[in-house]
Design a protein around this ligand. Sequence first.
Ligand code: SAH
Length: 294
Amino acid sequence: MEMEDRGRSRKRKRAKHRRNKSEGYKQVQPSHSKKTIGEVPEEDEGKEHPKSSASVRAKKSVGLAKSSYFLEKMKARLSGGHFRMLNEKLYTCTGNEALDYFKEDPTLFDMYHAGYQEQLSHWPELPVNIIIKWLKDHSPSLVVADFGCGDARLAKNVKNKVFSFDLVSHGPSVIACDMSNTPLNSESVDVAVFCLSLMGTNFPNYLQEACRVLKPCGWLLIAEVKSRFDPNTGGADPKKFTKAVCDLGFSSITKDFSNKMFILLYFKKKEVKDSKRRKDIEWPELKPCLYKRR
Ligand code: SAH
């Protein structure tokens, strides 16, 4: 009997010990400890948990910062992709097609220009600033036509009367049109500017329009992306391009190839018309300027 009792009491003691052990385990294991790292149950927010609260908050804010960083990166990638798609479109269609395209959805124009500004922010010097300086060095009474003005930076920075043209207008200072067909009178302006805007496949029509609206001896200033005029990389021969512009009715005055990113070509309209028939002018092809993914 004694043996049996002792045996039973030993069994009871072992069972009690097991119960205490498992209860003890429950007590030291907080309910939220099984959650994934960084995840904080709603009801726990703001409560002080020994050891864990500060580190959980820190992990949470690191998590949020990381996700907003990736979101921003994703957005930048998407808008960069949109820009490159729109840019390629502008270089591979006619001005008229581009006008219809942006008429349908003018927000695409803003998207294009956001990407354009981003790309040019990496250029050490902007061609439009060189043209602004050129105008400041000449009489402010010269009337200017800015073909493909973008955000009309040129008009904003000179005293001259400037007619600014682009495919979309966000205000009265820019006239929305295809620049092969502007509302200007013939022989009404002194300076025609094309700053990185000879984009359409029918770019000779833009230069013909400039020739029409320029007064005799008026200036034609062209700034273009250098790679488009580098025959070593499939670009046009600048001599052939210059010859075609001269055949249209201009004299070549200055060529500036000193900048790494763009070239500058300055012409003057001939006083007397001796231009070739438009059909006989041989224009070189100007390849699109496709920006790299950054
Ligand atoms: N000249 C500005 C903007 C250059 S971006 C600057 O230097 O900052 C080229 C601009 O030409 C774009 O805004 C584009 O919309 C415009 N453009 C291209 N083809 C055009 C056309 N057929 N008619 C009017 N604008 C045109």
